[in-house]
Design a protein around this ligand. Structure first.
Ligand SMILES: Cc1cc2nc3c(=O)[nH]c(=O)nc-3n(C[C@H](O)[C@H](O)[C@H](O)COP(=O)(O)OP(=O)(O)OC[C@H]3O[C@@H](n4cnc5c(N)ncnc54)[C@H](O)[C@@H]3O)c2cc1C
Length: 289
């Protein structure tokens, strides 16, 4: 391995100053689960890694606010979300998603910031977070901005983060009784990378929905909200015909990618089936919030 510099600043703001907006060989290091694999495979050769391990402890905490919203530090390991009683109570869809996200070794080390910044369309949490309306707070050397997770992801392994910006925290708004489901379709073991991810979040009941979010991932170049299916669901009686129509609308609307996990026609059929199934589970009370 070609030598590189490794720095470990004590504050997140200091970390941004050690990055370089114009140099892609300098990268922040969260849990390192993705970066290390890329380095071992030779697809990434750093000149400098900026470890975030020693930044302020507040960036590793999970805070639930009185209105049910959450602030989750970017350095929080995925396992801390998995085992959080507050997350389990208010956002059980996240607890359940964790149980099928890779394995305990990865979840113990990978961070929420790394999970969002990596931009891999196969990751399980981004579609769930988009369906919940989550945002990230991002800081640069002299700047700060808040970006919806839906807008953070711009393409295949691409985000709108500048090379000297860091995700500082994840903000999940109160769900106010909305029901959410994430279904992961794998062609191998249940916790493996998905061929398709479908996250739905709805407000209402079988008489009609006042809000609906349908998000597709893994089979697409980035996790994305499917507007056509989401809009169709709001208003009319929420019956099985409507869910089938939403599945059909989603299958027609999204641009799918064929790969070793399945062809485009196969994945289109998966979208039809899994969107319909996720909506039925959400409405019939499978998983609340
Ligand atoms: C074998 C294996 C299987 C996996 N399977 C799954 C799976 O099925 N589903 C799933 O969802 N995930 C899975 N993962 C985890 C996932 O793909 C990533 O490895 C993980 O989420 C990255 O988190 P990290 O903290 O380790 O990021 P790192 O590897 O540290 O970094 C990843 C990227 O994010 C950048 N970065 C890190 N932190 C920040 C920050 N705070 N702000 C800005 N940029 C930052 C880095 O510079 C790098 O570009 C798997 C991982 C492995 C190794």
């Amino acid at each position: 391995m070609i030598p590189f510099e490794m720095l470990e600043p004590k504050s997140l703001r200091d970390a941004t100053a050690l990055l370089d907006a114009d140099d892609p060989t300098i990268r922040p290091l969260g849990g390192g689960t993705a970066l290390m694999l890329m380095m071992k495979a030779g697809v990434f050769q750093p000149s400098r890694l900026v470890s975030l391990r020693s930044v302020e402890p507040r960036y590793s905490t999970i805070t639930v606010n009185s209105d049910g919203s959450f602030n989750i530090g970017a350095l929080a390991p995925l396992a801390s979300l998995e085992h959080s009683a507050d997350i389990h109570k208010h956002l059980p869809v996240i607890t359940r998603t964790m149980q099928v996200l890779s394995n305990v070794r990865v979840r113990n080390v990978a961070t929420i910031g790394g999970c969002l910044a990596h931009g891999d369309p196969h990751m399980d949490l981004p579609p769930v977070l988009i369906s919940l309306g989550a945002k990230v707070r991002v800081i640069g050397p002299d700047s700060e901005r808040t970006i919806p997770v839906a807008d953070l992801l711009t393409g295949y392994y691409e985000t709108q983060l500048a090379k000297n910006e860091l995700i500082a925290e994840l903000i999940i708004p109160p769900q106010n009784g909305k029901r959410s489901v994430y279904l992961k379709c794998t062609t191998r073991a249940a916790h493996d990378w998905p061929a398709l991810g479908v996250a739905v979040s709805v407000a209402g009941n079988r008489d009609g929905l006042s809000e609906a979010h349908v998000v597709i991932s893994a089979a697409t170049e980035r996790a994305q909200r499917v507007e056509q299916a989401s809009a169709l669901l709001v208003g009319p009686p929420a019956n099985d015909k409507l869910f089938k129509d939403a599945g059909e609308a989603a299958a027609s609307a999204v641009e799918l990618i064929g790969d070793s996990q399945g062809s485009v026609p196969y994945k289109r059929q998966l979208v039809r089936v899994f969107v319909e199934r996720a909506l039925r589970q959400a409405i019939d009370g499978g998983i609340t919030q």
